[in-house]
Design a protein around this ligand. Structure first.
Ligand code: PLP
Length: 370
C-alpha cells in the first residue's frame, strides 16, 4: 500500500500506540472521580495539557480538549456569536466545511453576516480586501485557515493577526493542517483561537484541542458536566488525549528532519509529474507559500476521470480526488471551483508524511502516466 492521503488522516506513530496501549490498560478511572483511580486519570490528562500548552507556547489554562477540529471550530464560532454578540464574520470561500457550515447555520440561527475576503488566482487571500472589510465592519470575527487542506496554501498569519489587532477583530485560525508541522507559537503568532486534530499528526482519531487566549473564553458548546473548566462537557477521552500529547511531542522533536524529508518528496513529485505528464498543472501556490505536505494537481484534459481513482486503488495507491464541479450540481471541490480550475480535468490531492519515500512518489507518477 502506498499511502499518500495524509491530509485526510495519518498512520499512528508507534510510540503513540505504546503510550495509548498502556493508558487503555492501566488508566480506567474517570478523571472527575476523586478516588485514586480517578486521580490517576486526572494526572494523565493534566500532564498532556501541560505538554501541549508548552509546545504551543500558551498557558495550560488556555488549552481545551475536544473530539477534533470540527468540534473546536464549531465551539469557537458559536461562542463568538452567542456569547460575545459578534454579528459580522469575515472568512474565505476556501475554508474547510468545518468553518463554512457552522457559519451558514449561525446565519440561519442568529442573523449573522458572513463576508468573504477575495483571493488571488493562486488562492492567497487579498490582505488589502481584508483590511477594507475590517474598516467597514470593525470588530468582525476573522476566521481564516493557516494552511488550506486541499491546496496547502499558507496564510500570512502574522500579517492577518496584525490587521485584526488594528481593527479589534478576534482572529480564529483553523490550524488543523499545520499543528505538528510547524512550530505554532500561538503567543507570537497572535492568534486568539487555534484548533488541532490529533489524527493529522500521527495521533489518534477523535481527539483534538482548541487554544483560547485569555479574555476570549466562551460558554460551553456541548453542555452537561463541568469538565474542561466548564468549557466542554463530557468525560475526557483520556487515552486519546494522552496519545495526542505524545504525537505532538514526537512531531516537534522530529520537525526539522520531517520538514526537510517531506519537502524533497513534494519537489520530486512536481518534477516527475512535469517530466512524465505533459499538460499537468498545479492548483494553489504549489511551489510558493505552501505547506510541504500537500500537493494538488490537475491532469491534462482527456484523462479518464472516472477510472482514475479506481485504477490507483487497484495499484494500491491512496490519494484524494477533488475536481471543480461544473455546474454546482455534482459534488466537487468548492476550493478548486473557487480557484476557477477546469472542471473537465481530473484533480488529485497528494499528501505526504514522514513515512513516505521517494520510490513511492515515482510509483504514483508512473501509475498516473499509464
Ligand atoms: N479543518 C481542516 C483544515 C481539516 O483539514 C479538517 C480535516 O479534514 C478538519 C478541520 C476537521 O477535523 P476533524 O477531522 O478533527 O474533525
Amino acid at each position: 500500500m502506498i499511502y499518500l492521503d495524509n491530509a485526510a488522516s495519518t498512520p499512528l506513530d508507534g510510540m503513540v500506540l505504546d503510550v495509548m496501549t498502556a493508558c487503555q490498560r492501566d488508566i480506567y478511572g474517570n478523571p472527575s472521580s476523586v478516588h485514586g483511580e480517578g486521580r490517576k486519570a486526572r494526572v494523565a490528562v493534566e500532564q498532556a495539557r501541560r505538554t501541549i500548552a508548552g509546545l504551543m507556547n500558551v498557558s495550560p489554562s488556555e488549552v481545551f480538549f475536544t473530539s477534533g477540529g470540527t468540534e473546536a471550530n464549531n465551539a469557537i464560532l458559536w461562542g463568538c456569536a452567542r456569547d460575545f454578540g459578534h454579528r459580522h464574520f469575515i472568512t474565505s470561500r476556501l475554508e474547510h466545511p468545518a468553518v463554512l457550515r457552522p457559519l451558514e447555520v449561525l446565519r440561519e440561527a442568529m442573523d449573522i453576516h458572513v463576508h468573504h475576503v477575495e483571493v488571488d488566482p493562486l488562492g492567497h487571500i487579498d490582505t488589502d480586501h481584508l483590511a477594507g472589510l475590517l474598516r467597514r465592519y470593525p470588530g468582525s470575527v476573522v476566521s481564516l485557515m493557516h494552511a488550506n487542506n486541499e491546496t496547502g496554501n499558507l496564510l500570512p498569519v502574522k500579517a492577518v493577526a496584525a490587521l485584526c489587532r488594528e481593527h479589534q477583530a478576534p482572529f480564529h485560525s483553523d490550524t488543523v493542517q499545520t499543528a505538528g508541522k510547524f512550530n505554532l507559537d500561538i503567543d507570537n503568532l497572535d492568534i486568539d483561537y487555534a484548533v488541532a486534530s490529533a489524527h493529522k499528526f500521527h495521533g489518534p482519531k477523535g481527539a483534538g484541542f482548541m487554544v483560547v487566549r485569555p479574555g476570549k473564553f466562551f460558554k460551553p458548546f456541548i453542555t452537561g458536566g463541568t469538565q474542561e473548566r466548564n468549557m466542554r462537557a463530557g468525560t475526557e477521552n483520556v487515552c486519546g488525549i494522552v496519545g495526542m500529547a505524545k504525537a505532538l511531542e514526537v512531531a516537534h522533536e522530529r520537525m526539522e528532519e520531517d520538514q526537510a524529508h517531506i519537502a524533497v518528496l513534494k519537489k520530486e513529485c512536481i518534477r516527475l509529474l512535469r517530466e512524465q505528464i505533459p499538460g499537468v498543472t498545479f492548483n494553489g501556490d504549489a511551489e510558493g507559500s505552501s505547506l510541504h505536505t500537500i500537493l494538488n494537481l490537475s491532469l491534462p484534459a482527456g484523462t479518464d476521470a472516472e477510472m482514475l481513482l479506481p485504477k490507483l486503488d487497484i495499484a494500491g495507491i491512496c490519494v484524494s480526488s477533488g475536481s471543480a464541479c461544473a455546474s454546482g450540481t455534482s459534488k466537487g471541490s468548492h476550493v478548486l471551483e473557487a480557484l476557477g480550475a477546469d472542471p473537465d480535468r481530473p484533480s488529485l490531492r497528494v499528501s505526504f508524511s514522514r513515512y513516505n519515500a521517494l520510490d513511492e512518489v515515482a510509483t504514483l507518477v508512473k501509475n498516473l502516466n499509464r
